[in-house]
Design a binder for this molecule. Structure first.
Ligand code: CAO
Length: 439
């Protein structure tokens, strides 16, 4: 047997009006006796309005944010009279939430009267009956098992209470569960989608064989955080090219032959820096930063190139300033000096700031291509791999040419693919014929 009941806001004591801050049920949903229907709240207190009996919700008569007072009709339900509990005197008193046990004084008389059309929640949070674990109705439970104070806490932090697993008695969600949930979301950068990044599980590798622990260096820890942030926040595209540096290498060798005993040896890198500077002048968006609101580009009228230097402590990126204004010998000298200071751990913070573009050269080591990570707030980075002699089809025959692999990564929010390709083609031409740098 079933009867339709209109649930009203009970006597609120001294309080005139309260806000409806949560609607915890939906039409056609089955509820158990005592299941929370709404959360109502004013400045001082929050409370749940429990179902007076088991039954099915027919209509919700209020909306979120509505102001309600004693006697306001809020929910219509069809109560299953066969399932109604025993009288208030004989039923178990409501259990306080674990975090409220110290202060609560509950009594059987505070239990909502199931046989009346209106129901009377207690006037303070301390007296609120906890919501039962949702019944297995086959419907997605709208309600989570948490006290009003925990719900309020979750709401204030923007946490989705229905997504939180409770570790309290019978799965009750505690304040600490909300805090843990927020913490894990912050760590994972979770977006709430099914593809949110979860943290790596802590694996006991000793199960599979002998292991040892090694501390990361201070530089590795610092650069690791920076690289991670760059990788997850910048949509990267890497454009590859292979450029003919046969003439450039001949020029480099002649430069070094000229200055056998004086000055720093000219490696490929100063020549690449010079060609990059000319290309940045032709494509200023690559020598820029995105404003924090993502709505403007800050174009820099200086060309300061950071150079990734491999040191025993880890990767550092000292900056060579005004590359466009300096000659190749001076750049070679500065590069040799700054990379030595990097390896001697003598760089100052000033040496590493103010870069507008970065070059990472692994050519002295080897490899054919890689994906350099954009060094934010810059928007592009050039990776240089090892040059090698390759057969190139030219004028009807294969000729041996020295080919240099380039890998240009850029921030796709700022640079589109066509400009990425134009930049690398321009750079490639400048490296193939350094006279173009003068244009
Ligand atoms: N192809 C072929 N040979 C190359 C080359 C290339 N692309 N680049 C350099 N070489 C050669 C040099 O000419 C030199 O040869 P010789 O001794 O015969 O003249 C040799 O390799 C060593 O050069 P180098 O690497 O010491 O000098 P450099 O000016 O090219 O680079 C520096 C300086 C500081 C960039 C480099 O030493 C370095 O640390 N590279 C690693 C950067 C890095 O770790 N990047 C990764 C970042 S992401 O984790």
């Amino acid at each position: 047997m079933s009867t339709e009941q209109i649930i009203k806001i009970p006597d609120l004591g001294d309080v005139d009006t309260v806000d409806v801050v949560e609607i915890l049920v939906a039409p056609d949903q089955s509820v158990e006796e005592g299941a929370p229907l709404l959360t109502i709240e004013n400045q001082k207190t929050a409370m749940e309005l429990p179902a007076p009996a088991a039954g099915i919700i027919k209509r919700i008569l209020v909306s979120l944010g509505d102001k309600v007072s004693a006697g306001t009709e809020v929910v219509v339900m069809e109560a299953d009279t066969a399932a109604q509990p025993q009288s208030a005197e004989t039923s178990e008193p409501p259990k306080p939430a674990p975090e409220q046990q110290q202060s609560e004084k509950t009594s059987a008389s505070e239990k909502p009267a199931a046989s009346t059309a209106t129901t009377k929640p207690a006037a303070t949070t301390a007296n609120v009956k906890p919501a039962p674990v949702p019944a297995h109705t086959g419907q997605k439970p709208v309600s989570a098992f948490a006290s009003p104070s925990v719900r309020r806490f979750a709401r204030e932090l923007g946490a989705d209470i229905t997504a939180i697993s409770g570790t309290g008695n019978k799965g009750r969600i505690l304040k600490s569960d909300v805090q843990e949930w927020i913490k894990s979301r912050l760590n994972s950068g979770g977006s709430g989608s099914a593809f949110a990044i979860s943290t790596m599980p802590d694996i006991d590798f000793s199960k599979f064989g002998e292991i040892e622990h090694q501390d990361l260096s201070r530089i590795q820890k610092l650069s690791g955080k920076h690289l991670h942030r760059c990788w997850v926040t910048i949509p990267h595209v890497t454009q590859q090219d292979l450029t003919d540096i046969t003439e450039l290498e001949a020029f480099r060798k002649s430069l070094n032959a000229e200055q056998r005993d004086a000055g720093a040896k000219v490696t490929l890198l100063p020549l690449v820096m010079k060609a990059v500077a000319a290309t940045l002048q032709a494509y200023p968006a690559f020598n820029a930063s995105l404003t924090q609101n993502g709505e403007q580009l800050i174009l820099k009228h200086y060309i300061n190139i950071g150079v990734a230097v491999d040191t025993p402590e880890g990767l550092v990126v000292p900056v060579v300033r005004d590359v466009d204004k300096k000659g190749i010998r001076q750049l070679a000298q500065e590069l040799a000096e700054v990379s030595q200071r990097a390896r001697d751990r003598k760089l100052t913070p000033n040496d590493m700031e103010g870069g507008s573009f970065t070059i990472s050269s692994l050519g002295g080591i080897g490899g054919t291509a890689f994906t350099p990570i954009v060094n934010a707030p810059e928007v592009a980075i050039l990776g240089v791999s090892r040059s090698s002699m390759q057969p190139v089809y030219f004028n009807g025959e294969f000729v041996p040419r020295l080919m240099l692999p380039l890998s240009l990564s850029y921030d796709h929010r700022v640079i589109d693919g066509a400009n990425g390709a134009r930049f690398i083609v321009h750079l490639s031409r400048a490296l193939s014929d350094l006279r173009r740098v003068l244009l």
